[in-house]
Design a protein around this ligand. Structure first.
Ligand SMILES: [Zn+2]
Length: 446
């Protein structure tokens, strides 16, 4: 009896205690529905895609059910056991739809659980009305995809369904898409110069021989000028795929030494640890240009897509010296830093010039995204969070990813209103900021 009384009194006390971090009155009835509707119907800015043209996909050998699985899902399918060459055969016309499915089936059944594959399934359901992938559905799904590509499909998905007002694309092809919507990010490939062949390639682009480090810097300046003339919104560095994000202050002499060594070594590629001073030096050159032209810099941090890599290379905390040195350059840290969400919070809180971008991350893990969005909204000023980038090559998966994102953002904001951490009005304001206004302001989109 005593035990029962104690239990009841604990329950009663728990109910009387304010929720964690309660600041606001508890909300009016129906707030969940109102927040959901606002987030589901609002226009958004998509800060990062690798979109390829509708024509290109229509003509490719994967304009069938594999379109939904060719990117990111492919990582999990391979991680579950399929070899890379086998996966490649699924992306061509040489096999029938059912042959492709028979090869894929055991690996799909191994990996249907992951965020990548759940998002692909959601896209299949919501865009094509097919809820399961199996031998009885893949032919019909493929026919529906092909049919969609005969229509103005990109407009239907991006504008009507996703309600994307601006989309920043990481691709050099500017021949497609609504020009009022499309914006661009550009990469400058100067951080992995490890062979004479690469210098020769750059010389060709530059239109003059590159014989000294000064020439190389001039070539970068020239690329930058060209990009500025065509019009770019932001710069992107994917270097965490092949090097550590720790960029030392390499001296010009040291960089010159490496450059000359590469020029002399005509035969083979030089290992990265030997060329690092040149790579570091060129990053500083690029940041000087970003500063000069007032362009923000998007940096890949966290998980690298693909088959095998060094996760510790991509820890965003390694960038702190750059944030300190380039106080007036805005650094946007990609992918919610997965799995370095805590480090990301500290950096964005601590540095005025550091921003968080959640592109790609909802499909890596919905739970991680939810957990860290909670934390980031408690630790980081809301103007520094950009909450959506699909990071996909095709519109179907952008849509699936965005459905995940809207659900998770709603869930987090509803929980925070329920706890009295935000009022309903504040939650709506945050959604508007993180899904739209922050990107418009930072990238000067209007
Ligand atoms: Zn990307």
């Amino acid at each position: 009896m005593t035990k029962l009384l104690t239990f009841v009194s604990i329950l009663l006390t728990a109910n009387l205690l304010p929720a964690q971090g309660q600041v606001r009155e508890l909300p009016r009835k129906g707030f969940e529905q109102r927040i959901n509707t606002y987030i589901d119907t609002m226009k958004i800015v998509d800060t990062h895609e690798h979109l390829v043209s509708q024509k290109g996909i229509g003509r490719s050998g994967m304009c069938d059910f594999m379109l939904l699985l060719h990117q990111y899902s492919d990582d999990d399918i391979k991680s579950s056991g399929m070899s890379k060459p086998t996966f490649e055969t699924l992306l061509h016309d040489s096999l029938t739809i059912l042959q492709k499915w028979q090869i894929l089936k055991p690996y799909w059944e191994n990996s249907f659980n992951t965020g990548y594959n759940r998002a692909a399934l959601l896209a299949s359901d919501r865009l094509f009305g097919i809820k399961e992938l199996n031998e009885t559905t893949v032919t019909e799904l493929s026919a529906r995809i092909k049919k969609a590509y005969q229509t103005n499909w990109y407009k239907t998905v991006l504008k009507d369904k996703c309600r994307i007002e601006f989309l920043i694309n990481d691709d050099t092809d500017r021949s497609f898409g609504d020009p009022t919507v499309m914006r661009y990010t550009t990469r400058f490939e100067y951080f992995r110069i490890d062979s004479k062949r690469k210098i020769d390639q750059l010389s060709k682009q530059y239109g003059a021989p590159i014989l000294t480090l000064d020439d190389l810097v001039k070539s970068l300046n020239n690329d930058f000028d060209k990009a500025m003339k065509v019009g770019i919104t932001v710069i992107k560095s994917p270097a965490a795929y092949y090097r550590s994000l720790y960029y030392e202050d390499a001296s010009k002499e040291k960089a010159e030494e490496v450059f000359n060594q590469i020029l002399r070594n005509t035969e083979k590629e030089i290992p990265f640890d030997q060329i690092k001073p040149l790579s570091d030096y060129m990053m500083h050159q690029m940041l000087d240009l970003a500063r000069k032209y007032h362009k923000p810099v998007q940096i890949h941090t966290g998980l690298q897509a693909g088959d095998g890599n060094y996760i510790m290379n991509s820890n965003p905390a390694l960038l702190a010296n750059l944030f300190l040195k380039y106080r007036d350059v805005q650094f946007i840290l990609f992918h919610g830093g997965y799995p370095y969400g805590g480090e990301l919070a500290s950096l964005a809180k601590n540095f005025r010039n550091v921003y968080i971008d959640l592109c790609w991350v909802y499909i890596i893990s919905p739970t991680y995204s939810e957990r860290y969005l909670h934390e980031w909204l408690e630790t980081v000023p809301a103007n520094k969070i950009m909450a959506f980038g699909g990071d996909y090559e095709n519109v179907e998966n952008i849509y699936g990813h965005l459905l995940f994102a809207r659900q998770i953002i709603s869930k987090v904001l509803i929980a925070k209103v329920k706890d009295g951490y935000f009022s309903e009005k504040e939650a709506i304001r945050i959604a508007q900021m993180i899904l739209h206004d922050n990107a418009v302001n930072l990238f000067q989109l209007k």
